[in-house]
Design a protein around this ligand. Structure first.
Ligand SMILES: O=P(O)(O)OP(=O)(O)OP(=O)(O)OC[C@H]1O[C@@H](n2cnc3c(O)ncnc32)[C@H](O)[C@@H]1O
Ligand SMILES: [Mg+2]
Length: 197
């Protein structure tokens, strides 16, 4: 079976990726699956593309093999696009999913339903030795709830209603989320690249 490293330490993302790559018959490993510990990579970019490239290129250079990285987050219109690229650390450096979504709920307390629009964004960067890094972007539009509901998924899933859904992403099964998610849409655009691996 073909193998690919995903330059991430996020276990929620990896659960998504393992299921998404399964039908493509590709085994994916995260930085946490590698025998040697990998130092945290500083995400100094101001766009999803920049941060995805930083992560993918750092690991590609280290191992000299093709690497995918995912930089993702939630953009909320009423917050002028925040948390955006700062989604993982919105409530502080310790990357606490619950604290992050509670901060959003507090900031959105008085925002009426019609103005609670936003989207999940996922940018995948594909770094290959000696080649230009390639980017694929997927977005999933939706609205922000007034409270956290559901136990599945990770991150901001409990407060995000994809357009047309009466369930939050955290109430969906992994199959339901993977059918419509930003990550799935970005990965679909990568299919041709994956085939030539
Ligand atoms: O950089 P890596 O190691 O991949 O892991 P990370 O958690 O730091 O990942 P990002 O820098 O890309 O930050 C993305 C954050 O956006 C949120 N996020 C991304 N995709 C999501 C999804 O499918 N569902 C819920 N929240 C998501 C979640 O809070 C993530 O921590
Ligand atoms: Mg990160």
């Amino acid at each position: 079976m073909k193998e690919l490293i995903i330059a991430t330490k996020n276990e929620g993302k990896m659960k998504d990726f393992k299921r998404l790559f399964d039908p493509l018959e590709i085994k994916v490993s995260s930085l946490l699956d590698l025998a040697e510990p990998i130092d945290d990579i500083e995400e100094t970019g101001t766009t999803f593309e920049e941060n995805a490239a930083i992560k993918a290129e750092a690991i590609c250079e280290k191992f000299n093999i093709p690497v995918i990285a995912d930089d993702s987050g939630i953009e909320i219109d009423a917050l002028q696009g925040a948390p955006g690229v700062y989604s993982a650390r919105y409530a502080g450096e310790e990357k606490d999913d619950k604290a992050n979504l509670e901060k959003v709920l507090t900031e959105m307390e008085n925002v009426p339903q019609a103005e609670r629009t936003g989207r999940f964004v996922c940018v995948l960067a594909i770094a290959q030795p000696g080649k230009q890094t390639v980017f694929k972007r997927g977005e999933c539009e939706g609205t922000i709830g007034y409270q956290a509901i559901g136990k599945n998924g990770f991150g901001y899933d409990p407060i995000f209603y994809p357009t047309g859904s009466s369930k939050t992403m955290a109430e969906m099964t992994p199959e339901e989320k993977n059918h419509i998610s930003h990550r799935k849409k970005a990965l679909d655009k990568m299919e041709n690249w994956v085939k030539q691996l």
